[in-house]
Ligand binder design. Structure first.
Ligand SMILES: C[S@@+](CC[C@H](N)C(=O)[O-])C[C@H]1O[C@@H](n2cnc3c(N)ncnc32)[C@H](O)[C@@H]1O
Length: 270
């Protein structure tokens, strides 16, 4: 997909928004640990194979911070992103961390082109879903075709569902339904020893659009990026997930994850 370069803005934003290790540790508890128990056919009948790593597909890996944190914990993790620059950033960060992640450049609806399914978890964190049609669109506008976006989300959910084993978890997150409009400081810390802050100026329009002006200040330097995305009420997500084959009783909203102070996690099991 065509994108403006968001890599360095996102890489600087991540540690201001989250403590990545705290989130990864909490996810490990929620996913039920790193190891899985498998039952395989053997000459004497079913034999238990203990301890192979759980398999995760991070299909919106971005610049890779969370993918790498989970890989370091021992998960067998594959990854992809629709933005080639983001995927490349994950590859470089993985090499720097001594890992060998091989991020594919794929939109969510194309996952089956590279992945063969059977994952314990498919993840899409960091509020990725709202950008299904518009990631990297810097224009300060509020134009996203609502019908096309819904179709694209359903196709994406179907493709994600196909990658899950039965009982596997689709983990994603979204702004809470009660998110307020306006400007707010969402992160504070240091970048390269220099004090840094991140503010989001959030606007909702015409029921289905959410526009964020993200302003990063590092010392005296300021930079801005615009994220044009969808405003997705939880009830609508429930409908779209069901259209893609998930069952309402398998959808959990607002799962508590330590260190996730911005978005509302969903866990949806297949
Ligand atoms: C806000 S970033 C989150 C990145 C990462 N998950 C994290 O938590 O840091 C959203 C990511 O979703 C990806 N994305 C948006 N729409 C996509 C689509 N239709 N298919 C694949 N990736 C997409 C973007 O390229 C971007 O890297």
């Amino acid at each position: 997909m065509e994108t403006t370069n968001y890599v360095s803005h996102w890489q600087k934003s991540v540690p201001l928004l989250w403590n990545v290790d705290e989130v990864a540790a909490s996810l490990e508890r929620k996913f039920g640990g790193v190891r899985r128990t498998e039952f395989v056919g053997g000459s004497g009948g079913l034999v238990a194979a203990w301890g192979s790593p759980k398999r995760i597909l991070d299909c919106g890996c971005g610049s890779g911070e969370f993918t790498i944190a989970l890989a370091k914990r021992g998960y067998a993790i594959d990854c992809s992103d629709g933005d080639a620059l983001m995927a490349d950033a994950t590859r470089q960060a993985s090499e720097a961390a001594g890992l060998a992640l091989d991020p594919k450049v794929l939109r969510w609806c194309e996952l089956s082109r590279h992945f063969e399914g059977g994952y314990d978890v498919v993840m899409l964190r960091g509020n990725s879903l709202p950008y299904v049609l518009s990631w990297g669109n810097q224009e300060d506008q509020f134009r996203i075709d609502c019908e096309k976006a819904d179709e694209s989300l359903v196709r994406s959910f179907r493709a994600i569902r196909e990658q899950l084993r039965r009982g596997g978890i689709f983990y994603f997150d979204m702004p809470h339904v009660f998110e307020k409009e306006g400007k707010e400081q969402v992160g504070k810390g240091e970048i390269g020893g220099i004090p840094a802050t991140l503010t989001f100026d959030i606007g909702h329009k015409r029921g289905h659009i959410r526009r964020v002006i993200s302003e990063l200040t590092v010392g005296n330097a300021k930079e801005e990026r615009i994220y044009n995305g969808l405003h997705l009420p939880f009830v609508k997500l429930d409908d779209l997930l069901q259209e893609a084959g998930f069952r309402l009783r398998d959808i959990r909203h607002c799962v508590a994850i330590n260190g996730e102070n911005i978005y509302s996690p969903f866990f949806v099991s297949r």
